[in-house]
Design a protein around this ligand. Sequence first.
Ligand SMILES: Nc1ncnc2c1ncn2[C@@H]1O[C@H](COP(=O)(O)OP(=O)(O)O)[C@@H](O)[C@H]1O
Ligand SMILES: [Mg+2]
Length: 255
Amino acid sequence: MEITVFSNLKGGIAKTTTSVNKAHILATVHNKRVLLIDDDKQGNASKFYRLHGYDHPSIADVLIEKNYDIHNAIQHTRYANLDMIAANMNLLTANLKISMDESREQQTILKKALEQVESEYDYCIIDNAPDINISIINSLVAAHSVIVPIKIDQYSFDGLEILVDQFEEVRKFNPDLNFRGCLVTQYVNNEVNRQGKAYLTDQTQYPIFATHIRRTADKVDESTFAGLPIVEYSPRCGAAKDYLSFVEEYLGDKQ
Ligand SMILES: Nc1ncnc2c1ncn2[C@@H]1O[C@H](COP(=O)(O)OP(=O)(O)O)[C@@H](O)[C@H]1O
Ligand SMILES: [Mg+2]
C-alpha cells in the first residue's frame, strides 16, 4: 500500500478536491483498491462522500484508542474499490489528547495502525488540514510521499518553506518520506499563473508536477454540492481532464 499525503498550511487551495478526486480516479479508472483518510476536523472529504457524522468511529478513534482495530473506522463509499476513514470535530480533542499522552510514541500511531491494512489496499490517500499538528505529523510519518497543492496568487508561496522544513523534521521518524511534488491547482491561463508556475519550476528546488489543474468555474463547486467526483459530474470539463492526467503522471504512465 502506497501512502500519499496532501498537505499545505493554506486552506482553499484544493487539498480536499484533489484528494477526493484522485481517490475516485484511482479506484474507478485504474481499478485500484483505495483507502481515503480525512485528517481534517472540518470533515470536508467525509461530507463529499456522505460519510460525515458522529455515529461511526472516525480518524479520532484510530489516533486515541490503544491497540485499535482500524477496520472499525473504515466505511465503504458507493464505489466498490473506495473505502474511507472519516473525520469530524472529535479530531480537535484527539489532537490534544495525543499530545498529552506520554505513555507511547505520539508520532507513529497512524503508521502502526495502517500496517493492519497494508495488504488490503493499493493506495492510501490522506487529506490534511491547513495546519501542523500531531495528527498531521502522524500522517507524514506514515506516508511514503507528500504532495503540496498550490494555488497561484499573491500569497501562494507563504508558509511553503515552513512546510518543507517540517518534512525535514518528520524525516527523523520517516527517513524515506518523498516530497513528490507541488501540484498547481485552480490554474488560470494568465500572466500571474504562467510566471508562478515558471518560478516554481525554474527557481526553487521543489519538485513540481508537469500537469496543472485548471480552474473550472462552477463545475468543481457544483460537483461538491452534488457529492460527485468531477469525472462523473462533468467529464469533459478542464478540471476532470486535468485530474485524469495528474493521476496518470502520478502513476508514472506518462512518457
Ligand atoms: N479546479 C478548480 N476549479 C474551480 N474551483 C475549484 C477547483 N479546485 C477547487 N475548487 C474550489 O475551491 C474551494 C477550495 O477547495 P478545497 O478542495 O476545499 O480546498 P482545501 O481543502 O485546500 O481547503 C472549493 O470551493 C472548491 O470547490
Ligand atoms: Mg480541505
